[in-house]
Design a protein around this ligand. Sequence first.
Ligand code: G4P
Length: 525
Amino acid sequence: MANEKEINKRRTFAIISHPDAGKTTLTEKLLLFGGAIHVAGAVKSNKIKKTATSDFMEIEKQRGISVATSVMGFEYNDRKINILDTPGHKDFAEDTYRTLTAVDSVIIVIDVAKGVEEQTKKLAEVCRMRNTPVMVFVNKMDREGKDAFELLDEIEDLLKIKVRPLTWPIGMGRSFQGVYNLYKQNLRLFEANQEYVKPAVNFTNINDTGIDSMIGESAAKTLREEAELVETVYPAFDVDSYLRAELAPVFFGSALYNFGVQEILDTFVEIAPSPRNAKTEEREISPYEDKFSGFVFKIHANMDPNHRDRIAFVKICSGRFERNKNYTHVRHQKQLKFSNPTSFMAEKKQIIDYAYPGDIIGLYDSGNFKIGDSLTEGEPLHFSGIPSFSPELFRYIENGDPMKFKQLAKGVDQLMDEGVAQLFTNEFNGRKIIGTVGALQFEVIEYRLKHEYNATCRYEPIQLYKACWITSDNKAQLLDFKKRKYQNMATDKHGRDVFLADTTFALQMAQQNFPDITFHFTSEF
Ligand code: G4P
């Protein structure tokens, strides 16, 4: 098997959460523990600030900065760990969904007080679609929050995955004393100190009286009772169930105080999967194959007007990528070679000569790539599982300057390739409709068309509830549907049929009256 040693070392994952649960803090603490950064705040300063929600330029600028932290790589215990950053802002949720197509596992951060929140549910759904193994970190244990059992029920229920706590909290909030590691049989006492974590103390088992002297008899009694309940209620931990994405190990901690971070990191390097097989329309690709293949999962435009290029982020799926070697851009059937492929280590970008499966490289691009494109050594592979989600906000887009029609068309085309939004053409009146998941994208598009393409657009309102792709084996019913709903039919960029539902009711009625038609809410079907 080719490159076996390098591939087996790699662990590529993302940390996901609802905004504010502590994703940035945990990322930063993992980097600190991994020795990749030396001062707290390095990642934090790149975070899209909550205060900037109405100021999209500020957000774009910060997104620009955050290219540097798009992939944070570091070595730990002889593993090469790649953490893929995901934007916290909900208007950029699609970026996050796409990033999830490039990871082999995920850590979900949950705020102990808030429990499972909306964004977490959506992201976990994407993980489920892709069978991505998941670990859970219950954060902010230094604050009052939900009872641990109640929270585990909520996770099972709302994230639709079986759970198994591997550490167990002793108290919470003001009475939070620390966590007991049920897997390794050790106890770590909590101290609200951001600089220092107490070392864990090992025990032979949970009945050791040494525990009583550390946390007091009463807390030790509760710990034992709860640990016994854990044993009876939850399935024993089994790595294979985790790898099959059926069981999520759960950890408790406080990222702010570095607490519980070591436990999850150590377990992560022990059990998280190395690069997995990738699915393509043609066949499944093993990372150990000799020949290189990879796909573009994200494109980042440079906001600096002096450097208009974009960076295409490529996940290496098989073989070894080499600098200055010719590869086939499958969609264009064109040979391309890259003289400045970039790897992203925390705090620095560097040009690399080689990259292996599990790695992410950045390729400077002047408009050749769109999301989902594949690069191979010649084989025409099309990677699957890079979905677009049915957008929820819509506006007609019109040309604001008749002299700049070409510029507008080119700009819109490229922005759609980057995945900023989706474009639909209404079959009835031929008008173009932009669909997005977040309101900010409309401003981003308008601004970028002006500054990057010298084009002006105008938006006009359109009342729509949802756009969904439709397919059916029943050709007659499909035709009948399209005929009756002709005012609400559109095509997407690839010419596929899209139904534009005005209201929830219209969608429900359509689903009810046309049972042979499938309404898809992601573009993957
Ligand atoms: P996010 O990336 O998921 O959006 O969350 P982030 O890490 O930015 O954390 C959100 C807020 O929660 C931050 O406070 C952060 O300091 C705090 N936080 C994170 N982990 C813990 C924890 O374990 N315990 C407690 N008590 N707080 C935690 P902020 O005031 O919004 O930001 P900042 O001013 O501290 O940067």
